[in-house]
Write a protein that binds this ligand. Structure first.
Ligand SMILES: CNc1nc2c(CC[C@H]3O[C@H](OC)[C@H](OC)[C@@H](OC)[C@@H]3OC)c3nc(N)[nH]c(=O)c3cc2[nH]1
Length: 373
């Protein structure tokens, strides 16, 4: 067990990397998918289940937890790992993105963001310093800088000013973070859909010599080719020997194409949120269990899966649970979806080690296109 934060590159296949992030609370095998645990829970899952599926790290949300139950309260109760019974690494977002997407009446200035809680209307100030303080109170192992994620499409000068604000905030977050052995603070590359601004952001953040770099401002509705073009510009401008995290991504296809461009870490609400809405991710593509065609289909989602939710329950039963609004429906589909995402990541890690990522990616795409047999 290491007392420091170390990223090691174990293999590469083209721009794709197989690596490991070792931290005091455990090792993260990359490429990694990080289940979203917004309010200290991966919705509809027990933490032991999340672990058994192969997740090395989960996410927590500064914005949600600072509003309820409160960062100081979580600290008094021993921190988020103790509170949520997840002893392995946790990454927390800084809250900026959530403020812009969830809070009411928010005001953004050089100082930070001021906003009214969407829960009780209380006004909160979130400065770069306060965001890092909150993430420290939660006990977060990987803390994100406070940033501004500009909505696209936007004028170039708006994107530029926003990207430069995020760079100044990265500097303030680095100072506020100080020296926390075994923990890391990641910078977030911004720059919208402008390749030159993206490279400027990546190079300036690299100059801060941070322990890892996230690519933000994407997966905000832009077409996939735009997102991929930004990765083609940004990844070569980031240090080889530091982890790269693409925020909010994505579908299985997004993840494969981003791994091929050099991304190491991913988070997305899709497998959990879609599961609660009746959607199953499988190696044959997506299956919407709300659809009446499943009403008498006695087949499981995937007889070859080692996840009981995929192997032991008929589609007819899942269809019934979903239509009836039964809690077990969302639980089983979330279990299936997170299992599928973790097996997707394991397959990518194996393929990179074996130098056969291109063939593996083609086989995956064929399976998804073949659709549900
Ligand atoms: C979907 N496309 C998407 N998500 C972006 C998130 C948030 C990720 C966040 O997305 C949910 O919050 C809303 C998740 O909670 C539901 C969070 O998990 C804790 C997750 O935190 C990493 C971004 N966060 C920051 N700080 N900066 C970004 O530029 C950014 C871009 C994103 N694109």
């Amino acid at each position: 067990m290491t007392q420091s934060f170390q990223f090691s590159l174990l293999a590469t296949d083209g721009a794709a990397r197989r690596g490991e992030v070792s931290m005091p609370r455990g090792t993260i095998r990359t490429p990694a998918f990080m289940p979203v645990g917004t309010a200290g829970t991966v919705k509809a899952m027990y933490m032991d289940q999340v672990r058994d599926l192969g997740a090395d790290i989960i996410l927590g949300n500064t914005y949600h937890l600072m509003l309820r139950p409160g960062a100081e309260r979580v600290a008094r109760l021993g921190g988020l790992h103790e509170f949520a019974r997840w002893p392995h690494p946790i990454l927390t977002d800084s809250g900026g993105f959530q403020v812009m997407s969830l809070a009411q009446l928010r005001k953004l200035s050089e100082k930070g963001v001021t906003f009214k809680s969407h829960i009780d209307g209380v006004v909160h100030e979130m400065s770069p310093e306060r965001s890092i303080e909150i993430q420290g109170l939660l006990g977060s192992d990987i803390q994100m800088q406070l940033d501004e994620c500009v909505a696209l499409p936007a004028e170039r000068d708006v994107i530029e000013r926003s990207m430069e604000l995020s760079l100044r905030w990265a500097d303030r977050c680095k100072i506020a973070f100080g020296d926390q052995p075994g923990r890391a603070m990641f910078g977030i590359v911004q720059g919208g859909d402008d390749e030159a601004l993206r490279v400027r952001s990546a190079e300036a953040l690299t100059g801060l010599d941070l322990k890892g770099y996230a690519v933000g401002g994407l997966a905000v509705g832009e077409p996939q080719p735009v997102m991929l073009a930004m990765l083609d510009a940004v990844c070569p401008a980031l240090p080889q020997h530091k982890p790269r995290y693409l925020m909010g991504v994505g579908t299985p296809d997004d993840i494969v194409k981003s791994v091929q461009r050099g991304i190491d870490m991913f988070d997305c609400v899709m497998p959990t949120r879609a599961g609660r809405h009746g959607l199953a991710y499988t190696r044959h593509g997506k299956i919407n269990l709300r659809n009446a065609r499943h009403a008498e289909d006695s087949r499981p989602l995937d007889a070859e899966s080692d996840c009981p939710a995929a192997r032991d329950y008929s589609r007819a039963y899942l269809h019934h649970l979903v239509k009836a609004g039964e809690a077990l429906g969302g639980m089983l589909l979330t279990w299936n979806n997170l299992s599928y995402y973790q097996s997707l990541m394991q397959g990518l890690r194996d393929a990179i080690e074996a130098g056969r990522l291109a063939d593996h990616a083609a086989a995956l795409a064929e399976g998804w296109a073949r659709g549900d047999l």
